[in-house]
Design a binder for this molecule. Structure first.
Ligand code: FUB
Length: 359
Protein backbone atom coordinates (compact mmCIF):
# COMPACT_ATOMS: atom_id res chain seq x y z
CA UNK A 1 0.00 0.00 0.00
CA UNK A 2 2.78 2.37 1.06
CA UNK A 3 4.66 1.51 -2.15
CA UNK A 4 1.54 2.22 -4.19
CA UNK A 5 1.16 5.69 -2.68
CA UNK A 6 4.85 6.37 -3.31
CA UNK A 7 4.65 5.45 -7.00
CA UNK A 8 1.40 7.46 -7.45
CA UNK A 9 3.17 10.49 -5.94
CA UNK A 10 6.13 10.10 -8.35
CA UNK A 11 3.71 9.69 -11.30
CA UNK A 12 1.77 12.83 -10.36
CA UNK A 13 4.94 14.91 -10.06
CA UNK A 14 6.13 13.65 -13.47
CA UNK A 15 2.77 14.46 -15.08
CA UNK A 16 2.77 17.91 -13.45
CA UNK A 17 6.29 18.67 -14.69
CA UNK A 18 5.51 17.46 -18.21
CA UNK A 19 2.27 19.47 -18.35
CA UNK A 20 3.87 22.69 -17.14
CA UNK A 21 6.77 22.30 -19.60
CA UNK A 22 4.17 21.80 -22.35
CA UNK A 23 2.33 24.98 -21.33
CA UNK A 24 5.52 27.00 -21.27
CA UNK A 25 6.49 25.79 -24.73
CA UNK A 26 3.04 26.66 -26.11
CA UNK A 27 3.24 30.10 -24.50
CA UNK A 28 6.61 30.80 -26.13
CA UNK A 29 5.10 29.89 -29.48
CA UNK A 30 2.18 32.37 -29.03
CA UNK A 31 3.68 35.14 -31.07
CA UNK A 32 2.36 37.40 -32.41
CA UNK A 33 -1.00 37.54 -30.60
CA UNK A 34 -3.54 37.27 -33.40
CA UNK A 35 -6.37 35.29 -31.85
CA UNK A 36 -8.16 35.30 -28.54
CA UNK A 37 -8.70 31.53 -28.43
CA UNK A 38 -6.17 31.15 -25.68
CA UNK A 39 -6.78 34.37 -23.79
CA UNK A 40 -8.56 34.56 -20.46
CA UNK A 41 -11.93 36.31 -20.14
CA UNK A 42 -10.34 39.46 -18.76
CA UNK A 43 -7.78 40.71 -21.22
CA UNK A 44 -5.19 43.47 -21.19
CA UNK A 45 -6.06 47.13 -21.93
CA UNK A 46 -6.09 47.81 -25.66
CA UNK A 47 -4.27 51.04 -24.98
CA UNK A 48 -2.77 52.18 -21.69
CA UNK A 49 -1.00 55.46 -22.38
CA UNK A 50 -4.28 57.29 -21.76
CA UNK A 51 -7.65 56.25 -20.35
CA UNK A 52 -10.55 55.15 -22.55
CA UNK A 53 -13.99 53.75 -21.71
CA UNK A 54 -17.43 52.87 -23.12
CA UNK A 55 -16.08 51.25 -26.31
CA UNK A 56 -18.47 51.16 -29.27
CA UNK A 57 -16.77 48.97 -31.86
CA UNK A 58 -17.56 48.84 -35.58
CA UNK A 59 -16.02 47.30 -38.66
CA UNK A 60 -15.40 49.92 -41.34
CA UNK A 61 -13.32 49.13 -44.45
CA UNK A 62 -12.29 45.75 -43.00
CA UNK A 63 -10.75 47.42 -39.96
CA UNK A 64 -11.94 47.52 -36.36
CA UNK A 65 -12.72 51.05 -35.18
CA UNK A 66 -13.44 51.75 -31.53
CA UNK A 67 -15.35 54.86 -30.50
CA UNK A 68 -14.68 55.28 -26.76
CA UNK A 69 -15.04 57.96 -24.13
CA UNK A 70 -11.72 59.61 -23.27
CA UNK A 71 -11.40 59.52 -19.48
CA UNK A 72 -9.34 62.22 -17.79
CA UNK A 73 -8.45 63.29 -14.28
CA UNK A 74 -10.25 66.64 -14.38
CA UNK A 75 -10.19 67.12 -10.63
CA UNK A 76 -14.00 67.41 -10.49
CA UNK A 77 -15.24 66.02 -7.15
CA UNK A 78 -16.98 62.64 -7.28
CA UNK A 79 -20.75 62.35 -6.69
CA UNK A 80 -23.68 60.03 -7.53
CA UNK A 81 -24.50 62.10 -10.60
CA UNK A 82 -21.15 61.26 -12.17
CA UNK A 83 -19.73 64.79 -12.24
CA UNK A 84 -16.25 63.27 -11.98
CA UNK A 85 -16.74 61.80 -15.48
CA UNK A 86 -15.78 65.21 -16.84
CA UNK A 87 -14.51 64.29 -20.29
CA UNK A 88 -13.75 66.88 -22.95
CA UNK A 89 -12.95 65.15 -26.22
CA UNK A 90 -12.94 61.89 -28.15
CA UNK A 91 -10.08 59.86 -29.60
CA UNK A 92 -10.86 57.06 -32.05
CA UNK A 93 -8.84 53.84 -31.89
CA UNK A 94 -8.40 51.30 -34.66
CA UNK A 95 -6.77 47.94 -35.24
CA UNK A 96 -6.65 45.57 -38.18
CA UNK A 97 -7.54 42.46 -36.16
CA UNK A 98 -8.27 41.49 -32.58
CA UNK A 99 -4.86 41.20 -30.95
CA UNK A 100 -3.28 43.53 -33.53
CA UNK A 101 -1.52 46.83 -32.96
CA UNK A 102 -3.85 49.59 -31.75
CA UNK A 103 -3.66 52.99 -33.43
CA UNK A 104 -4.79 56.14 -31.61
CA UNK A 105 -5.96 58.61 -34.25
CA UNK A 106 -5.70 61.65 -31.94
CA UNK A 107 -8.45 64.12 -31.11
CA UNK A 108 -11.51 63.46 -33.29
CA UNK A 109 -13.87 65.97 -31.71
CA UNK A 110 -13.43 68.35 -28.80
CA UNK A 111 -16.06 70.01 -26.62
CA UNK A 112 -14.89 73.48 -27.68
CA UNK A 113 -15.95 72.64 -31.25
CA UNK A 114 -19.53 71.80 -30.30
CA UNK A 115 -21.35 75.16 -30.25
CA UNK A 116 -24.16 74.06 -27.92
CA UNK A 117 -22.09 71.96 -25.48
CA UNK A 118 -21.57 72.71 -21.81
CA UNK A 119 -19.72 69.85 -20.13
CA UNK A 120 -19.16 66.09 -19.91
CA UNK A 121 -18.70 64.24 -23.19
CA UNK A 122 -19.92 60.73 -22.40
CA UNK A 123 -20.22 57.42 -24.26
CA UNK A 124 -20.36 57.89 -28.06
CA UNK A 125 -21.23 55.66 -31.01
CA UNK A 126 -20.69 55.81 -34.77
CA UNK A 127 -22.25 54.79 -38.07
CA UNK A 128 -21.51 54.86 -41.80
CA UNK A 129 -24.10 55.99 -44.35
CA UNK A 130 -24.40 58.37 -47.29
CA UNK A 131 -20.65 58.02 -47.94
CA UNK A 132 -19.73 59.57 -44.63
CA UNK A 133 -19.08 58.63 -41.03
CA UNK A 134 -21.26 59.82 -38.18
CA UNK A 135 -20.25 60.26 -34.57
CA UNK A 136 -23.13 60.37 -32.08
CA UNK A 137 -22.26 61.78 -28.68
CA UNK A 138 -24.01 62.77 -25.45
CA UNK A 139 -22.94 65.98 -23.77
CA UNK A 140 -24.64 68.38 -21.38
CA UNK A 141 -25.88 71.56 -23.02
CA UNK A 142 -25.31 75.00 -21.53
CA UNK A 143 -28.29 74.47 -19.18
CA UNK A 144 -26.67 71.26 -17.88
CA UNK A 145 -29.18 68.98 -19.63
CA UNK A 146 -27.81 65.95 -21.50
CA UNK A 147 -28.58 65.96 -25.23
CA UNK A 148 -27.27 63.86 -28.07
CA UNK A 149 -25.23 65.46 -30.81
CA UNK A 150 -24.11 64.29 -34.23
CA UNK A 151 -20.93 65.09 -36.12
CA UNK A 152 -19.71 63.93 -39.53
CA UNK A 153 -16.44 63.13 -41.24
CA UNK A 154 -15.17 61.68 -44.50
CA UNK A 155 -12.99 59.31 -42.48
CA UNK A 156 -13.94 56.81 -39.77
CA UNK A 157 -11.34 58.24 -37.43
CA UNK A 158 -12.40 61.85 -37.95
CA UNK A 159 -11.81 64.69 -37.38
CA UNK A 160 -15.57 65.19 -37.05
CA UNK A 161 -17.53 68.39 -37.58
CA UNK A 162 -20.46 68.77 -35.20
CA UNK A 163 -23.88 70.08 -36.17
CA UNK A 164 -24.79 73.44 -34.63
CA UNK A 165 -27.61 71.98 -32.50
CA UNK A 166 -28.23 68.68 -30.74
CA UNK A 167 -30.51 66.17 -32.47
CA UNK A 168 -34.03 67.56 -31.99
CA UNK A 169 -36.02 65.41 -29.57
CA UNK A 170 -32.91 63.69 -28.19
CA UNK A 171 -32.05 63.55 -24.51
CA UNK A 172 -30.13 61.66 -21.85
CA UNK A 173 -27.00 59.62 -22.69
CA UNK A 174 -25.36 56.60 -24.30
CA UNK A 175 -26.57 56.59 -27.92
CA UNK A 176 -26.17 53.24 -29.68
CA UNK A 177 -26.93 53.39 -33.39
CA UNK A 178 -27.93 50.17 -35.09
CA UNK A 179 -28.33 49.54 -38.83
CA UNK A 180 -30.91 46.91 -39.64
CA UNK A 181 -30.66 44.63 -42.68
CA UNK A 182 -33.05 46.85 -44.65
CA UNK A 183 -30.73 49.86 -44.23
CA UNK A 184 -32.85 51.59 -41.55
CA UNK A 185 -30.95 53.12 -38.64
CA UNK A 186 -32.26 53.22 -35.09
CA UNK A 187 -30.85 54.99 -32.06
CA UNK A 188 -31.21 53.38 -28.62
CA UNK A 189 -30.40 55.73 -25.76
CA UNK A 190 -30.89 56.67 -22.12
CA UNK A 191 -29.37 56.30 -18.71
CA UNK A 192 -30.79 56.93 -15.24
CA UNK A 193 -29.21 58.76 -12.27
CA UNK A 194 -26.54 61.13 -13.72
CA UNK A 195 -27.78 60.27 -17.22
CA UNK A 196 -31.02 62.15 -16.38
CA UNK A 197 -33.49 59.73 -18.03
CA UNK A 198 -35.72 59.99 -14.93
CA UNK A 199 -36.34 63.63 -15.89
CA UNK A 200 -38.06 62.66 -19.16
CA UNK A 201 -41.66 61.45 -19.33
CA UNK A 202 -43.49 61.29 -22.67
CA UNK A 203 -40.46 63.09 -24.15
CA UNK A 204 -41.10 66.13 -21.91
CA UNK A 205 -38.44 67.46 -19.56
CA UNK A 206 -39.11 67.87 -15.85
CA UNK A 207 -36.12 69.09 -13.92
CA UNK A 208 -37.57 67.49 -10.79
CA UNK A 209 -38.29 64.12 -12.41
CA UNK A 210 -37.47 61.57 -9.72
CA UNK A 211 -36.11 58.04 -9.74
CA UNK A 212 -38.75 55.34 -9.29
CA UNK A 213 -39.52 53.61 -5.99
CA UNK A 214 -38.61 49.88 -5.73
CA UNK A 215 -42.20 48.72 -6.30
CA UNK A 216 -42.78 51.01 -9.29
CA UNK A 217 -42.18 50.02 -12.92
CA UNK A 218 -38.55 50.59 -13.88
CA UNK A 219 -37.71 53.45 -16.24
CA UNK A 220 -37.34 52.15 -19.81
CA UNK A 221 -34.64 52.86 -22.41
CA UNK A 222 -35.66 54.74 -25.55
CA UNK A 223 -35.52 54.14 -29.28
CA UNK A 224 -36.00 56.42 -32.27
CA UNK A 225 -35.67 55.62 -35.97
CA UNK A 226 -33.25 58.02 -37.65
CA UNK A 227 -33.90 60.09 -40.77
CA UNK A 228 -32.04 59.01 -43.90
CA UNK A 229 -29.40 61.73 -43.35
CA UNK A 230 -28.94 60.37 -39.80
CA UNK A 231 -29.10 63.87 -38.35
CA UNK A 232 -32.67 63.80 -37.09
CA UNK A 233 -35.16 61.51 -35.40
CA UNK A 234 -37.66 60.28 -37.97
CA UNK A 235 -40.23 59.81 -35.18
CA UNK A 236 -40.68 60.78 -31.53
CA UNK A 237 -38.63 58.63 -29.18
CA UNK A 238 -40.47 55.58 -27.84
CA UNK A 239 -39.93 53.41 -24.79
CA UNK A 240 -38.25 50.03 -25.29
CA UNK A 241 -40.06 47.32 -23.35
CA UNK A 242 -37.83 44.92 -21.42
CA UNK A 243 -39.80 42.04 -19.96
CA UNK A 244 -39.29 38.81 -18.04
CA UNK A 245 -40.20 35.36 -19.44
CA UNK A 246 -43.83 35.95 -18.34
CA UNK A 247 -43.99 39.20 -20.30
CA UNK A 248 -43.94 41.45 -17.21
CA UNK A 249 -42.01 44.71 -17.17
CA UNK A 250 -39.38 44.90 -14.43
CA UNK A 251 -39.85 46.98 -11.32
CA UNK A 252 -37.17 49.37 -10.10
CA UNK A 253 -36.56 46.96 -7.21
CA UNK A 254 -35.44 44.31 -9.74
CA UNK A 255 -32.26 46.29 -10.21
CA UNK A 256 -30.18 43.24 -11.12
CA UNK A 257 -32.21 43.02 -14.36
CA UNK A 258 -33.78 46.39 -15.10
CA UNK A 259 -32.20 48.92 -17.49
CA UNK A 260 -29.81 51.54 -16.13
CA UNK A 261 -27.61 52.73 -19.08
CA UNK A 262 -25.22 51.60 -21.85
CA UNK A 263 -27.63 50.22 -24.47
CA UNK A 264 -26.31 48.16 -27.40
CA UNK A 265 -28.10 46.32 -30.19
CA UNK A 266 -26.84 43.49 -32.36
CA UNK A 267 -28.52 40.91 -34.51
CA UNK A 268 -27.72 37.20 -34.27
CA UNK A 269 -29.50 34.48 -36.23
CA UNK A 270 -32.22 36.93 -37.21
CA UNK A 271 -33.07 37.90 -33.62
CA UNK A 272 -32.52 41.31 -32.05
CA UNK A 273 -30.29 41.28 -28.97
CA UNK A 274 -30.70 44.32 -26.73
CA UNK A 275 -27.92 44.50 -24.13
CA UNK A 276 -27.41 47.07 -21.38
CA UNK A 277 -25.89 47.80 -18.00
CA UNK A 278 -27.87 47.36 -14.79
CA UNK A 279 -25.80 50.19 -13.29
CA UNK A 280 -25.94 49.93 -9.51
CA UNK A 281 -25.76 46.12 -9.72
CA UNK A 282 -22.99 46.39 -12.36
CA UNK A 283 -24.00 43.62 -14.80
CA UNK A 284 -24.21 43.75 -18.58
CA UNK A 285 -27.46 41.87 -19.31
CA UNK A 286 -29.27 41.02 -22.52
CA UNK A 287 -32.77 40.45 -23.79
CA UNK A 288 -33.98 39.07 -27.13
CA UNK A 289 -36.76 40.27 -29.44
CA UNK A 290 -38.21 39.90 -32.94
CA UNK A 291 -38.25 43.58 -33.89
CA UNK A 292 -35.83 46.48 -33.36
CA UNK A 293 -38.55 48.10 -31.22
CA UNK A 294 -38.91 45.09 -28.93
CA UNK A 295 -40.39 43.92 -26.67
CA UNK A 296 -37.21 42.21 -25.52
CA UNK A 297 -37.33 39.23 -23.20
CA UNK A 298 -34.64 39.08 -20.55
CA UNK A 299 -32.25 36.16 -21.04
CA UNK A 300 -29.31 36.64 -18.68
CA UNK A 301 -25.94 38.18 -18.01
CA UNK A 302 -23.36 38.84 -20.72
CA UNK A 303 -20.65 40.27 -18.45
CA UNK A 304 -20.47 40.16 -14.67
CA UNK A 305 -19.25 43.24 -12.76
CA UNK A 306 -15.81 44.50 -13.71
CA UNK A 307 -13.45 46.46 -11.50
CA UNK A 308 -14.82 50.01 -11.17
CA UNK A 309 -18.43 51.14 -10.75
CA UNK A 310 -19.49 51.36 -14.40
CA UNK A 311 -19.95 48.53 -16.88
CA UNK A 312 -20.34 49.35 -20.57
CA UNK A 313 -19.84 47.33 -23.74
CA UNK A 314 -20.40 46.64 -27.41
CA UNK A 315 -20.84 43.31 -29.20
CA UNK A 316 -19.45 42.90 -32.72
CA UNK A 317 -18.72 40.12 -35.19
CA UNK A 318 -15.16 40.16 -36.47
CA UNK A 319 -14.12 37.65 -39.14
CA UNK A 320 -16.74 35.09 -38.14
CA UNK A 321 -16.18 35.34 -34.38
CA UNK A 322 -18.08 37.46 -31.86
CA UNK A 323 -16.34 39.80 -29.46
CA UNK A 324 -17.29 41.82 -26.41
CA UNK A 325 -15.59 45.19 -26.10
CA UNK A 326 -15.78 46.51 -22.54
CA UNK A 327 -13.79 48.46 -19.99
CA UNK A 328 -12.60 48.26 -16.42
CA UNK A 329 -10.74 50.43 -13.94
CA UNK A 330 -8.22 47.80 -12.92
CA UNK A 331 -5.17 49.78 -14.07
CA UNK A 332 -5.98 53.06 -12.28
CA UNK A 333 -8.06 51.78 -9.37
CA UNK A 334 -10.25 54.86 -9.95
CA UNK A 335 -13.77 54.45 -11.22
CA UNK A 336 -13.56 57.39 -13.67
CA UNK A 337 -10.21 56.35 -15.21
CA UNK A 338 -10.91 53.26 -17.28
CA UNK A 339 -9.29 51.18 -20.02
CA UNK A 340 -11.02 49.48 -22.94
CA UNK A 341 -10.56 45.75 -23.46
CA UNK A 342 -11.86 42.97 -25.68
CA UNK A 343 -12.66 39.33 -25.16
CA UNK A 344 -14.40 36.65 -27.21
CA UNK A 345 -18.14 36.17 -26.73
CA UNK A 346 -19.71 32.76 -27.32
CA UNK A 347 -23.28 31.64 -27.98
CA UNK A 348 -24.91 28.41 -26.94
CA UNK A 349 -26.67 26.39 -29.65
CA UNK A 350 -30.04 27.80 -28.48
CA UNK A 351 -28.83 31.39 -29.10
CA UNK A 352 -28.23 32.29 -25.47
CA UNK A 353 -24.94 33.98 -24.60
CA UNK A 354 -22.31 32.37 -22.37
CA UNK A 355 -21.77 34.64 -19.36
CA UNK A 356 -18.30 36.17 -19.14
CA UNK A 357 -16.70 36.53 -15.72
CA UNK A 358 -13.85 39.02 -15.73
CA UNK A 359 -10.84 37.70 -13.84
O1 FUB B 1 -18.47 57.33 -19.32
C1 FUB B 1 -19.49 58.05 -18.70
C2 FUB B 1 -20.66 57.16 -18.41
O2 FUB B 1 -20.25 56.09 -17.56
C3 FUB B 1 -21.26 56.46 -19.59
O3 FUB B 1 -22.04 57.30 -20.40
C4 FUB B 1 -21.98 55.38 -18.90
O4 FUB B 1 -22.46 54.37 -19.72
C5 FUB B 1 -20.93 54.90 -17.93
O5 FUB B 1 -20.02 54.02 -18.52
Amino acid sequence: MKKNIQSMFILSITVLLLTSCGTKKQEQEKEPVDSLDFMPAASQPLISDFYTADPSAHIFNNRIYIYPSHDIEAGTPENDLGDHFDMRDYHILSLDAVGGKVTDHGVALTIADVPWAGRQMWAPDAAFANNQYYLFFPVKDKKDVFRIGVATSEKPEGPFIAENEPIAGSYSIDPAVFEDDDGSFYMYFGGIWGGQLQRWNNNKYDENGALRKPEEQAILPRIAKLSTDLKKFAEPAKEVKLVDEQGNLFTEGQNDKRFFEAAWMHKYQNKYYFSYSTGDTHNICYAIGDSPYGPFTYKGIVLKPVEGWTNHHSIVEVSGKWYLFYHDARLSGKTHLRNVKVTELKYNPDGTIQTITPN
